[in-house]
Structure formats: C-alpha cells, structure tokens
Design a protein around this ligand. Sequence first.
Ligand code: AP5
Ligand code: MG
Length: 218
Amino acid sequence: MRLIFLGPPGAGKGTQARMLAAEHGIPQIATGDMLREALAQKTPLGLEAKAYMDRGALVPDEVVIGLVAERFGRPDALSGFLLDGFPRTVAQAEALDRLLKEREIGIDRVIFFEVSEGELLRRLTGRRVCRGCGALYHMVSSPPGTAGRCDRCGGELYQRDDDNEATVRGRLSVYRTQTVPLLDYYRGRNLLVSVAGEGPMNDIARSIRQAVAAARGR
Ligand code: AP5
Ligand code: MG
C-alpha cells in the first residue's frame, strides 16, 4: 500500500493519515512533521527550515527530497507508506518518481482532499496540536476534554507558529501556485481520486477507504 495525500493546508491530511496508516500498519511520512521535529531538536536542517515555515513558504526541494529519500531507506517503509504533504511541487513529484523507480515500485493512489477556502481558514486558525503525541484538535469542532491537555496522553496542546491568519493566507497562495499543478501531474498518470474533505471525519475516512480499495482491486 503506497499512497499520497494531496491537498491544501488544513484539508485534513494529517487527521486522516494518522487513522489510515495505523489501520494498515504502514508509516505516515509527513514532511511537515519531520521538519518540525528537526526544529524541536534544533538540528541545522530544522533551523534552516524554520525561516521558510514561519513565513508560509516551501522549504527548498532538495532539502525535503533528501529527508524523504533517507526515510524511505528505513525498514518500516518497505511494506508501504502514506505520504502526507509530499510531494508538493512538480520537482518533488519527479524526484519521487525516480526514488520509486530505483526500488521498482509505484504509487497505488493519490487522494486529493477538496475543501473550501473559508473552511480551511477556520480549521487552521482553530487547530491545536499535542506536543507529546502529535494528536490533532480543533478549538470548536474537536476540542479536548480538558482545556489545553491531550485526551490521549495528557500532553500540552500548542498552536503551530504558522497557524495565524496572515501566514495561513500565504500558505494558501503558495499551495495554489506550486502544488495545484500536481493535480494534472497525477491525473495524467491516472492515479488521482478526489474526496470531499468537508463533513464528519468518519464519512471522509470511509470515502478514502473506498478509493484505496478500488486501487487495490485494479
Ligand atoms: P505541513 O505540516 O505539511 O502543513 P500543510 O500541508 O500546510 O497542512 P496542515 O498540516 O496545515 O493541514 P492538514 O491537511 O494536515 O490538516 P489537519 O489534519 O491538521 O507543512 C508545514 C510547512 O512545512 C509548509 O508550509 C512548508 O514550509 C514545510 N513543508 C512541509 N512539507 C513540505 C514539502 N513537501 N516541501 C516543502 N516544504 C514543506 O486538520 C486541520 C484542522 O482541521 C485540525 O484542527 C483538525 O482537527 C480539523 N479537521 C480535520 N478534519 C476535519 C473535518 N472533517 N471537519 C472539521 N474539522 C476537521
Ligand atoms: Mg498536516
């Protein structure tokens, strides 16, 4: 099972990826999470990435491609993976194709999350993330039982530095210019399936499962 989750910031990629990856026992390879981890550990790569992330720009392709190539080399990625937030430029998609070719494998499906811009803004400005386990919350639509604390691990909830309205608008504009061209890239390869990304999370999870099952039956 090798999947790509593609969609704008706040579309629900991370929320759905956590569930599906756990169900299938495959790693969720989320470049945003990997970059934030590097930053938390104050590695040179993390500190370099911070300047881009804080202003809502993309981190240079070669940095992100290097991270993913290294991640693919770990044993747990042999049985499959779910890419969340990568690729997001045509250059990244082409590099991914080369990495897959070297391993003589392919992608089963690219799931595209369709969500309106007003809803994306609402989701991102209200999002909170657990510092301990990475669980995702929303102040209005999925608040924690105890304010500021994770229901699962008791960790502290925080707001991402790039989740303020000005940066979110910048991220959406970067998405439109740099990532939207990937829709045609994967449509042309007959891999793209669009899923309605608004509504109850379980309904969206069901649509994704159906799209994945259809790919496996091909
Ligand atoms: P990254 O961390 O990948 O952020 P993103 O793509 O902007 O997407 P998000 O994580 O913000 O949204 P999501 O789709 O995962 O939504 P979520 O499930 O959290 O990237 C951050 C930065 O890192 C980039 O700007 C860039 O600088 C850098 N970077 C990362 N990858 C890169 C790459 N490949 N190349 C270059 N640079 C890269 O949900 C959002 C909220 O909505 C949550 O509060 C959630 O609870 C809520 N929610 C989810 N589903 C629903 C629903 N159905 N109904 C109501 N609320 C919902
Ligand atoms: Mg995410």
